[in-house]
Design a binder for this molecule. Structure first.
Ligand SMILES: Cc1cc2nc3c(=O)[nH]c(=O)nc-3n(C[C@H](O)[C@H](O)[C@H](O)COP(=O)(O)OP(=O)(O)OC[C@H]3O[C@@H](n4cnc5c(N)ncnc54)[C@H](O)[C@@H]3O)c2cc1C
Length: 415
């Protein structure tokens, strides 16, 4: 039974769906956000809050591929595969490995850089238009190293950053201590990226964007979508309670769960999840000046309005296996080693499901079956960063406006 007819329905109320609603409303469309849990209740709620516009290197690159055997041998290290999930993840890992070959990496950096330019300018415009400047911190990020050779190991990434015009400098001694007092002498150098921004809290930011979209006419419905049925003049959206919604057009922004809706439409997209863990400590736990990134150990420490968040790491374990919070404990222990004054008690643990494609680029484009259905998922480690840009690209697809960048690297059918 069809209970409602809408202009554009967006399946998924994470940061991607929310920003798509905002940008579509700005483009003159009327949107209904649908989510089974609520707004920003999944991955977009507990992430590390970085607008990582300078992060253009794909996860699969020669540095990571070299470290992979060592990382995989440590069950609590920066990257693990849950043994129960090994058989299922193997085809994705093969694609990941291929994506790390130099020709593919170069193409991926070009595409990601183009998307990041759109992401930055659209985020700035969203923040201004929605009046959200008070939710943004503009104090940069400090990447930290335990040895000069670890710093030298970033030479390739530095060259890629420089080629893209991303401002950064290496820091040591007094300058390092000034940027972040209280670090262990184990940390000998850092890279400071001054234009890196973070949000005061990713959950607050997502809800504030949703509120701004609502003020422009968007609405929300809590419901689970079980199937999309394309028609000549729109799409029927089947819900788990047996009712249905008719929409002129649909955006699938279901994060790591999107495949359930896209596979029946004939799109075989290698979407997996890179599960990530963190602990949010009370704000008084450390005098943290800005976001700190411990790349060699795969975790990040972020100052948020809600506290100090320590976490990251990648666990390949699908959507169903229970969390292993020993991973969050392990990152906290490591953080305390590098930040000796860190008080590690009173924290709240969390696990989130990054929606990840093997080449680290999202899928943004029309469904194979219908030009009334647009996909927008697979943003991996960069969903918050690319949310406003993705919203704008989705709005352009649905309104027929020209795109500012070549969309072929993001085609859902590229695999
Ligand atoms: C530890 C960690 C740290 C991170 N740090 C950063 C960072 O600093 N910067 C950054 O840019 N990114 C970061 N990320 C990545 C970022 O959080 C994700 O890329 C982003 O949240 C994905 O947003 P999304 O809207 O696609 O997915 P989600 O936030 O997961 O939202 C998808 C929504 O779709 C809903 N849904 C799915 N299927 C259905 C259905 N059938 N019916 C109804 N609803 C449905 C779900 O309930 C969910 O709410 C981090 C991720 C993790 C795990």
């Amino acid at each position: 039974m069809i209970t409602e007819t809408v202009d554009v329905a967006i399946v998924g109320g994470g940061i991607i769906g929310i920003c798509a609603a905002f940008k579509l409303q700005e483009a003159g469309r009327t949107t209904l956000l649908i989510d089974r849990k609520g707004l920003a209740e999944e991955t977009s709620r507990g992430n590390a809050g970085a607008f990582a516009f300078s992060d253009v290197i794909p996860m699969a690159n020669s540095g990571v591929l070299q470290k992979l055997p060592k990382w995989l041998s440590d069950p609590l290290g920066p990257l693990t595969i849950r043994p129960e999930y090994l058989a299922q993840i193997t085809p994705w890992m093969m694609r990941f490995w291929r994506a790390g070959w130099p020709d593919r990496v170069a193409a991926s950096i070009r595409a990601q850089s183009a998307l990041m330019r759109v992401a930055r300018s659209e985020a700035e415009s969203l923040i201004t238009n929605a009046g959200l400047e008070h939710l943004i911190r503009r104090d940069g990020v400090l990447e930290l190293y335990e040895s000069e050779s670890e710093l030298r190991g970033t030479a390739k990434d530095d060259a890629a950053k420089a080629a893209e015009g991303i401002e950064f400098r290496h820091v040591r001694g007094a300058e390092l201590a000034e940027l972040q007092p209280g670090l262990s002498p184990k940390i000998v150098a850092g890279t400071f990226i001054p234009k890196w921004e973070t949000v005061q809290d990713p959950y607050d930011y997502a809800l504030a964007v949703a509120e701004a979209a609502t003020a422009r006419g968007a609405s929300f419905r809590k419901a689970e979508v079980t199937q999309l049925r394309p028609q000549d003049d729109g799409v029927i959206i089947e819900l788990s309670d047996g009712t249905a919604i008719r929409a002129k057009q649909v955006v699938v922004a279901g994060g790591a769960w999107s495949k359930r809706l896209t596979s029946p439409l004939g799109d075989d997209i290698p979407l997996e999840t890179e599960r990530g863990y963190n602990t949010t400590l009370p704000g008084y736990s450390f005098d943290l000046k800005r976001q700190l990134f411990f790349g060699g150990h795969g975790f990040v420490v972020t100052p948020l309005a809600s506290g100090i968040r320590v976490g990251g790491a990648v666990e390949l374990g699908g959507l169903k296996l229970p969390p292993n919070f020993k991973r969050a404990d392990a990152m906290l222990t490591k953080a305390a080693r590098f930040m000796p004054g860190l008080a590690t008690t009173g924290g709240k643990q969390w696990m989130g499901f990054r929606p990840s494609l093997p080449d680290s680029l999202p899928a943004i484009g029309f469904s194979r079956r219908s030009r009334n259905i647009v996909y927008a998922f697979g943003h991996g480690h960069l969903g918050l960063t690319q949310s406003a840009g993705t919203g704008k690209l989705v709005a352009n697809l649905l309104t027929g406006a020209a795109q500012p960048i070549d969309m072929s690297p993001f085609s859902p059918q590229r695999f």
